[in-house]
Design a protein around this ligand. Structure first.
Ligand SMILES: Nc1ncnc2c1ncn2[C@@H]1O[C@H](COP(=O)(O)OP(=O)(O)O)[C@@H](O)[C@H]1O
Ligand SMILES: [Mg+2]
Length: 320
């Protein structure tokens, strides 16, 4: 994979994390999560997606992360049988000696990313898509069930899958459509019960005064969620509230419950119900919006009062 580090250094030199598309290196945002900004460089002949992860203070942290990331991808691809985009990691010290790290992937077409797909196809096809996502997840949980040393987790949100060979001019989801999974930059990988990734680093996206309490109260529970198939499935269906397709939720719950009963009975997972998903969605949405407000305040203090840099990109108001 050909990655132009000099161009990334130039990008870092002129980045404005408040308006990352307005820097001197022209980029287009493809997406963002709690910590990462995902973008492409306009005109890039290599068609790469860059995930900027600004959480590292020293090389030891970087090395542990890269080890975890590569191993997670390797296991998903070779042992679990996932389709992943080709990937790489690059990092360097910028002009201020801060570590900048990017997970780089081949870009997939945005149309084929499943949170877009669900707005382009019939309800029946959305149901098929959900089933395909559940089958992908089953591969992960079966792997862990049969492995005494390694346990895998997954972020099963619909926005983390894309459909391979999706044709936007004839948008369709088939029973035998193949999914690609690309949200690998948070490696949920436990080896003999030890996390390969140091999740405490993720707290760097929270204001300093909150980190202690978040670590004490939320971190472990939040990370554990991703290893729990039932909870990951709740998150997957709850996405449909966010995507403003609430009317589909009852039917999707039925599909998941049938799946657990028929195709994954050996996991003995209790059925999901509408109330818990609605409750989860509401509390997740209000936590997230509170967190964003606190981060905006933190950014204000850092940049306007202390005149320091703020490394994270905070998305604008999210439609829900
Ligand atoms: N390889 C890629 N090609 C195109 N778009 C991508 C790619 N990777 C991520 N994206 C976009 O960025 C969003 C966030 O990326 P993701 O890897 O899911 O990270 P996060 O952990 O922040 O959710 C995705 O939902 C998708 O819209
Ligand atoms: Mg994601």
């Amino acid at each position: 994979m050909k990655i132009d580090i000099d161009l990334l250094k130039e990008f870092e030199r002129t980045i404005d994390t408040k308006q990352p598309e307005k820097g001197e290196v022209p980029i287009k945002i493809l997406g963002y999560g709690e910590i990462s900004l995902v973008f492409e460089i306009v005109g890039d002949p290599e068609h790469l997606a860059y995930k900027r992860i600004p959480i590292f203070d020293n090389e030891e942290q970087v090395e542990r992360f890269i080890g975890a990331y590569n191993e997670y991808c390797r296991i998903l691809k070779e042992d679990v049988g996932y389709n992943l985009p080709e990937h790489d990691v690059v990092w360097f010290r910028d002009d201020k000696e801060n570590i900048q790290l990017y997970c780089v992937q081949k870009k997939v077409s945005s149309d084929s990313v499943c949170n877009n797909v669900i707005h382009q196809v019939s309800d029946k096809e959305v149901e098929t898509l959900l089933l395909l996502a559940m089958r992908e997840m089953k591969k992960v949980w079966s792997y862990s069930k049969n492995n005494e040393v390694i346990e895998l987790g997954l972020d099963g949100q619909i926005s983390n899958f894309a459909i391979i060979n999706y044709d936007i001019n004839n948008p369709k989801v088939f029973e035998d459509s193949k999914l690609l999974y690309f949200d690998t930059s948070t490696p949920f990988l436990r080896i003999n019960g030890e996390e390969a990734m140091d999740f405490v680093l993720l707290l760097k996206s929270a204001p300093r005064f909150l980190r202690g309490i978040l670590k004490a109260v939320y971190l472990e529970e939040t990370v554990n969620r991703y290893y729990d198939w039932r909870k990951v499935s709740i998150d997957l269906v709850a996405n449909f509230f966010k995507e403003q397709r609430e009317e589909l939720v009852p039917r999707l719950i039925e599909i998941i419950n049938d799946f657990f009963k028929e195709e994954a009975s050996e996991f003995e997972i209790l059925p999901l119900n509408f109330e818990e998903i609605e409750k989860y969605y509401k509390s997740d949405a209000s936590m997230w919006s509170l967190f964003q407000k606190v981060r905006k305040f933190d950014r204000f203090i850092k940049t306007k009062i202390l005149r320091k840099q703020y490394p994270f990109y905070l998305p604008g108001k999210i439609e829900r």
